[in-house]
Design a protein around this ligand. Structure first.
Ligand code: APR
Length: 239
């Protein structure tokens, strides 16, 4: 069977072999912090220094990691895919972006960071977003608004993920949905597979082990992303 409209959802597992820790592993990314202390609007209001420091460290860490074979395989797929292709990532790292910069995608491709990006900052007053590579100060004056600060452009718990209308529209017409390296623990990302099923799409999960939502998938490919994703992409391109 050939597919025209592909939606791929990725999570922390695709970046794990690049050296970016996943969230729910024992050596989790939270670096000794509870989620409520670093990844909520309340935490930022209560202790902006702790929150900025947490994301400053993660932003700096990006300089030490590189895209891996799974990111590169998806970039190759995007370059050769003839139909619509939406890549939705929950990851705030820039490893997909860097892989796609090396292999420019075909027209019809878009990438959405639904949980934001470490390399962007957002004005608390105007909501405007800009590229950001340096550390952010505790109360970093916004260039966009006299009453604003720059905060990390990260979707915290309790905030609405980005570009959901674009994701919903792509899922309505999608005929192949692939979920890679995500535990299926966080909504609405964990519910995208159900939307794809309602649209009649075939659903495939690629993960180290079956995720919480494994039963929602028609096919499961289990093992390290750097092995399973290139194999899957090769199979898809040979159809
Ligand atoms: N290859 C494939 N899968 C892997 C690998 C690997 N090398 N290493 C780990 N995994 C799998 C794990 O088995 C797990 O199912 O990746 C998944 C990672 O799950 P989480 O750590 O929960 O990450 P994710 O699903 O992306 O988290 C979703 O939660 O905290 C929030 O906003 C944060 O975007 C994040 C969201």
């Amino acid at each position: 069977m050939t597919y025209n409209s592909l939606v791929i959802l990725t999570g922390a597992g695709i970046s794990a072999e690049s050296g970016v820790p996943t969230f729910r592993a024992d050596d989790g990314l939270w670096m000794g912090h509870r989620i409520e202390d670093v990844a909520t609007p309340e935490a930022y209001a209560r202790d902006p220094a702790l929150v900025q420091d947490f994301y400053n460290k993660r932003r700096r860490q990006l300089g030490e990691v590189q895209p891996n074979a799974a990111h590169r395989a998806l970039a190759e797929l995007a370059a050769r895919w003839k139909g619509d292709f939406l890549l939705v990532t929950q990851n705030v790292d820039d490893l997909h972006d860097r892989a796609h910069a090396e292999t420019p995608p075909a027209t019809g491709f878009s990438l959405i960071h639904m949980h934001g990006e470490l390399l962007k900052a957002r004005c608390t007053a105007s909501g405007r977003v800009c590229d950001w590579v340096e550390d952010l100060d505790v109360r970093h004056d916004s260039p966009f608004h006299p009453d604003g600060w720059l905060r990390p452009h990260i979707v915290w718990f309790g905030e609405m993920p980005l570009a959901m209308h674009v994701i919903d529209a792509a899922l309505e017409r999608c005929d192949l949905f692939v979920s890679i390296g995500t535990s299926g623990a966080v909504y609405p990302a964990a519910g995208l597979v159900q939307q794809a099923r309602r649209a009649g799409a075939r659903t495939v999960e690629i993960n180290l082990e079956p995720s919480q939502g494994a039963r929602q998938f028609d096919e499961g490919l289990y093992g390290p992303a750097t092995e399973r994703v290139p194999e899957f992409v090769e199979r898809l391109l040979q159809r």
